[in-house]
Ligand binder design. Structure first.
Ligand code: AMP
Ligand code: MG
Length: 348
């Protein structure tokens, strides 16, 4: 696997050697992992079905889970999509490049492997200098899911990609840590009302500036039965999960800390994922904090790397504190609840 350090963004453009070589790999049917502002992506030429199939193999991803087509700018919408509503352009004006994926009717230009046989396609323009330089150098849309083993916490640093995919992909561009840390918001513009299929960096409140009737899909808040029809196939799989079992604990900080101490008497392999304010309650235990309770942007930035770090300590159970609320908290809550397979205990 080729590896390039492109963390000095002041030198990044479509013309620098690592980006040109990465683009050559994409255009000759290879796989390149690259940084975006959300998480690292594992990219292939979205117009080349064979190349896209290799993404599914490398990740062990279920065949019916579609990929997002990444594009350099809005001008690609008309090439990749049909029946584009005016709100799509308004959303792009406001939030592209950025962590917003629009699901629209596919024109059939991207390979069928990208859409997993659906008649819709998810399209997004990532807000990251390396991703944009690569898209410009290739001049094709790049199909890219998160660059991790399917089901694992998404990669927010190059070493996470290396850990999961070394030997399975052709190249990795290291652009440092991802600034958002959670995947993009997926907004379905084909259904009866604009519907958020996956919460992410762009909030419902932000989308409602353009689409007043936008709603969350119900599947965001609960477990989806295995055989239920869902609009976003990715939602039905176990996801974002570390090797250790994750259990969410709700309740007052002190009650939760007392509960964890009690558990730790009989079980030495437990770990704690808590808020910064709570860390002093866990002296002597394997605890990491992932940000202040009310800073949902910091919690989202740190969540996946904290889950991976706790896995590396050999923990078997992770007791986690999980924010609830509106804005970015919805995205953090969604990832953590799915990582726990909805295993939640109310501590009193
Ligand atoms: P990942 O690339 O791993 O972040 O996963 C992409 C997510 O976008 C998955 O949850 C997909 O289900 C969703 N997605 C991509 N394309 C579509 C589409 N055409 N319709 C609905 N959801 C989509
Ligand atoms: Mg993923």
């Amino acid at each position: 696997m080729e590896f390039w350090d492109v963390t000095d963004f002041s030198k990044v453009s479509a013309d620098i050697e690592p980006v040109r070589r990465a683009a050559d790999i994409i255009l000759s049917g290879g796989l390149v992992a690259f940084p975006t502002e959300t998480v690292y992506g594992l990219g292939a030429n979205a117009l080349d079905g064979n190349a896209v199939s290799r993404i599914f193999e490398a990740k062990g991803r279920p065949q019916d889970n579609p990929l997002i087509a990444h594009v350099a700018d809005m001008s690609w919408l008309e090439r990749l999509c049909l029946d584009i509503p005016p709100v799509a352009y308004e959303l792009c004006e406001l939030y592209w490049p950025g962590p917003l994926t629009l699901v629209l009717r596919s024109s059939g230009v991207v390979a069928k492997e990208v859409t997993a046989g659906l008649d819709t396609v998810g399209v997004r323009s990532p807000n990251h200098p390396v991703a944009l330089a690569l898209l410009k150098a290739c001049d094709v849309p790049i199909a890219a899911p998160s660059a991790n083993t399917s089901g694992r916490p998404s990669p927010t640093a190059a070493r996470h990609v290396y850990h999961d995919l070394n030997g399975k992909i052709d190249a990795l561009l290291d652009g440092g840590r991802c600034s958002v840390g959670l995947e993009s918001t997926v907004l379905d513009l084909v259904s009866d009302v604009p519907r958020i299929l996956r919460p992410g960096g762009i909030t419902l409140e932000q989308i409602r500036k353009v689409c007043k009737d936008a709603v969350y899909d119900k599947a965001i808040f609960g477990e989806v039965p295995k055989d239920a029809p869902v609009r976003s196939p990715g939602m039905k799989y176990r996801h974002y999960a570390p090797r250790a079992k994750v259990i969410i604990l709700r309740g007052d900080s002190s009650d939760v800390a007392a509960y964890i101490r009690e558990q730790s008497v009989n079980d030495p392999n437990i770990a704690v994922l808590c808020y910064d304010e709570e860390l002093p309650l866990y002296g002597g235990l394997n605890a990491v904090s992932y940000g202040p309770r009310s800073r949902h942007d910091i919690l989202s930035y740190n969540l996946f790397s904290a889950l991976r770090a706790l896995d590396e300590t050999g923990a078997e159970t992770i007791y986690a504190r999980c924010p609830e609320g509106s804005d970015t908290a919805v995205a953090v809550e969604n990832r953590l609840k799915r990582a726990s397979a909805y295993h939640i205990i109310d501590v009193k």
